[in-house]
Design a binder for this molecule. Structure first.
Ligand code: ZN
Length: 272
């Protein structure tokens, strides 16, 4: 916190400001989101860079706010970001994410065969291309906080949990699982553009939305699609329906939120 205070003439930190629904929760931890009020009166948004990527900047009555997504792999300690080339520091704290054990009957989804592995490698590139959208200005007004895409139960499949499939450790969970009945419509959480619609080995039927300024959302395990790549959507438009395609034990929505090139905890940027 000391580093923050040093720069308080310029940046006022909004920690603990959760009473107002329009203010995003902040959590300076790996996989968390931190936001800063920038003392800028310029008409054009300042350029904010963090960990090599441009971060979202949104306008409010006070001026500009920068919203940084902290990678799940981030090291605890001092991090820095730049506003129009000037460096500022903040502290990232540790967070102990729980372990989640998942039992899958489809063993190929845990130990893919060589054909599956080729497909997985190919799809990794496709997914990373979908997530590498060029920088665009904000598409819709008040994109953040996001509206929840489905009304459902939040169980063990929380963001950041350490996944163990059939006793074998795998990558940590980079989205939020919302348990909800098969066939439930999934609604766009904000205005955006559909950048990819595909069937992936692990993610199943998947939709990627780009909301501008490096903010993207991902919807996995869909039963069916209601949108096509290239289509513009408004907040509340139906993207498809909940299913259990790909690596899923039952019907649920895996929801991913991506900002400044990293997955962040969707619960921190959503009006639940
Ligand atoms: Zn999931």
């Amino acid at each position: 916190m000391k580093n923050f205070l040093k720069y308080s003439w310029f940046i006022c930190v909004l920690f603990g400001y959760q009473a107002d629904a329009n203010v995003i929760q902040t959590e300076a931890v790996p996989g968390g989101v931190v936001e800063f009020q920038l003392n800028f009166s310029s008409e054009t948004p300042p350029t904010v860079m963090y960990a090599g990527h441009q971060a979202a900047v949104i306008r409010d009555q006070q001026g500009w706010r920068a919203i940084l997504g902290i990678p799940l792999s981030a090291k605890v300690g001092t991090h820095s970001f730049e506003v129009n080339g000037k460096q500022f520091n903040f502290e990232v704290q540790d967070k102990a994410y729980p372990t989640q054990h998942v039992k899958l009957n489809n063993k190929r989804k845990v130990n893919p065969n060589s054909e599956d592995m080729q497909r997985i490698t190919r799809e990794k590139q496709q997914i990373s291309a979908a997530l590498s959208q060029p920088w665009t200005d904000w598409i819709g007004e008040a994109t953040l906080p996001l509206q929840k895409p489905v009304d459902g139960k939040l169980g063990n499949g929380r963001f950041g949990s350490r996944r163990v499939f059939n006793g074998q450790p795998r990558q940590p969970h980079t989205g939020l699982d919302i348990t909800v009945a098969q066939g439930t419509p999934i609604l766009a959480p904000a205005d955006g553009v559909v950048v990819d619609v595909n069937d992936y080995f692990f993610n199943g039927n998947t939709v990627f939305l780009s909301h501008g300024q490096g903010v993207m959302t991902m919807y996995c395990h869909l039963n069916d699609f209601a949108v096509q790549a290239g289509q513009q959507v408004r907040r509340g438009d139906v993207l498809g329906t909940v299913g259990k395609t790909g690596r899923a034990t039952g019907p649920h929505l895996h929801w991913g939120v991506w900002m400044n090139h990293t997955w962040v905890n969707p619960e921190l940027v959503t009006d639940f």
